[in-house]
Design a protein around this ligand. Structure first.
Ligand code: SF4
Length: 357
């Protein structure tokens, strides 16, 4: 089996699936049972020191120590809002010094972790802090799962949900995101419910179709920004090239294949999508798509727009409801910790990564 060594010749084990560990330990002369024990220590119990894996033999622990390492991304900064139940944001440093974010968002009935999947993003959406950074590189499944495990270690409450809504476009790094999804939802490891993992996209039709073939699939959120193609082309320089018609067709295919309802997210910003006419155009565009609508308040610090005033947001919500749509007006959580994707990392980039402590 191909293994990637770090500069010291030590092999990072984080991100290995159960089957990969079985193969690896088999090559070392151990049985599948030992690999399953190791897998459980890493992903179920969250133990990253081989010496603490007390039901492994001393010989195996010594071998693991001499050849492998389990290393979580380093937490460079953790920002906690003032309320005890407010979001906390983590800035991680990866092994090559790149920095990414993740956010832990507790609510009354769930504890959601929002994960990044790319260092920066190539899509350049004008309303998004990450979009202003450009793409540095994709994250590996090991880095994605490492940021989840690091947050789990620091969270008192059990994590019930994961959303890929942090830095990066998940469908542009689909292979690694789905490897992380497999690890997140494996019943012998982290064991999140498959219904509790959500991928959010700005809409790449070919990748939506690819995701539809995945069984069982994650939940899908389409962040529409505007129900007008000409406005999407302005604010979504890359994703806006795909017409809303082509995205609708791909989402319909996804809904049909997976029997999932699609969530349409509209982040309401002043002058972008806060008029009654926008609500009506959105209603028309949705026609025939099994869906519900999440309205979110724009985070002023995220990019080039401003949050729409509360009355405008409520008017949009009321109009969509009047037209018969299921609408949920989401609470704004985490604005006190700059929770929109990329804000901490963008600040680090602007200041030359001098925020180290
Ligand atoms: S909104 Fe998503 S796709 Fe657009 S720039 Fe930000 S991270 Fe990338």
């Amino acid at each position: 089996m191909m293994m990637t060594k770090d500069k010291t010749g030590i092999i990072p084990l984080l991100g290995y699936s159960r089957d990969q560990l079985i193969e690896l330990l088999n090559e070392m002369g151990y049985r599948p049972f030992h690999a399953k024990q190791l897998y459980s220590w890493i992903y179920y119990r969250g133990v990253f020191e081989f010496d603490q894996m007390t039901d492994l033999s001393k010989k195996l622990r010594e071998e693991l120590n001499s050849r492998f390492v389990l290393q979580l991304p380093r937490i460079v900064e953790q920002v906690q809002g003032e309320d005890p139940d407010s979001a906390s944001k983590f800035l991680f440093e990866l092994s090559d010094g790149e920095r990414v974010e993740a956010v832990n968002i507790p609510t009354e009935d769930r504890n959601t972790v929002c994960l990044s999947c790319q260092v920066g993003c190539a899509f350049g959406c004008t309303f998004c802090a990450t979009g202003q950074m450009g793409l540095s590189r994709n994250m590996t499944a090991a880095e994605i799962i490492g940021s989840f495990l690091a947050i789990r270690q620091n969270s008192e409450a059990r994590i019930s949900n994961v959303v890929f809504m942090g830095m990066g476009e998940p469908l542009a790094n689909l292979e690694q995101v789905m490897k992380a999804y497999d690890l997140l939802t494996d019943g012998d490891g982290i064991a999140l419910s498959k219904r509790k993992v959500t991928i959010s996209t700005v809409g790449i039709p070919a990748q939506i179709r690819k995701l539809a073939e995945y069984s069982p699939p994650p939940k899908l959120v389409f962040s529409i920004s505007s129900p007008h193609d000409e406005i999407r082309r302005e604010v979504l320089p890359l994703a806006g090239r795909y017409t809303l018609k082509s995205v609708h067709e791909a989402l319909s295919y996804y809904a049909q294949q997976t029997r999932h309802r699609i969530t349409i997210a509209l982040i309401v910003a002043e002058g972008l999508n806060d008029q009654l006419e926008d609500a009506r155009a959105l209603h028309q565009w949705i026609d025939g798509l099994p869906s519900k609508i999440n309205l979110l308040r724009y985070n002023d610090a995220a990019g080039s727009f401003r949050r729409a005033d509360e009355q405008a947001i409520e008017r949009v919500a009321a109009e969509l409801a009047r037209l018969g749509r299921t609408v949920i007006l989401r609470k704004s959580r985490g604005s006190d910790v700059s929770a929109a994707c990329g804000q901490l990392a963008a600040r680090e980039v602007r200041s030359g990564n001098d925020g180290d402590n």
